[in-house]
Design a protein around this ligand. Sequence first.
Ligand SMILES: Cc1cc2nc3c(=O)[nH]c(=O)nc-3n(C[C@H](O)[C@H](O)[C@H](O)COP(=O)(O)O)c2cc1C
Length: 222
Amino acid sequence: MAAGAFAPVDAEPPVFSPAFRRELETLFRWRRDVRRFETTAVPERVVAQVIRAAASAPSVGLSEPWRFVRVGSRAARAAVAANFEEMNALALAAQPSDRRALYARLKLAGLREAPVQLAVFCDEAAPQGGGLGIATMPEMRRYSVVCAVMQMWLAARARDLGVGWISILDPHRVARDLAVPEGWSLVAYLCLGYPIEEHIDPELSRAGWQARQSLPDRVLHR
Ligand SMILES: Cc1cc2nc3c(=O)[nH]c(=O)nc-3n(C[C@H](O)[C@H](O)[C@H](O)COP(=O)(O)O)c2cc1C
């Protein structure tokens, strides 16, 4: 049996139907960053499925540099929550005065409620892949981990599960608090759980922080 995240089911290339493409687009539209979670437990089977989806992502040189840490202990969660509180206080203080009150009202994490928490690291020294593709752009390892996170995000939403990505953290302190091996750098701290509400638009646009911009302005032709 071939190694990899998914067991090989069949070798026939699939043909995706228009109906599937519409559903896929619906999945893209309804994926949200979630910060308000039910406390309902997430079945372990579902957690395993979304980690497997992440681990089927593309990676530079097939290096598969993602490392997932399940953060479940009270002590580890308290350390991450304290890290967030401190970094968020600094971020609040750094806001321009006309944005500070709005920033203070934003809910930027669901660390107290989320039933599942995952720290996703990049193993910067992973020998797998033989160094292919990283000679001039070593950051490609980390980008590969981002691909994995994105796959997890979509796989989770397809199972009615919300994901919230928290970046208002001191990443070195997270690595220390979780006692991960030397050379692992934090890419994402993720909260997973069933959302208490569903929205088609981002929370930040609903809160008046930032609206989406039109796509044509982002596509250049040369
Ligand atoms: C790399 C990355 C880091 C993020 N960090 C945070 C964060 O620290 N706190 C937060 O509330 N949302 C965070 N988000 C979520 C974004 O705010 C969110 O993706 C954006 O507002 C668009 O909303 P949507 O994901 O619901 O479409 C992060 C998203 C990404 C991709």
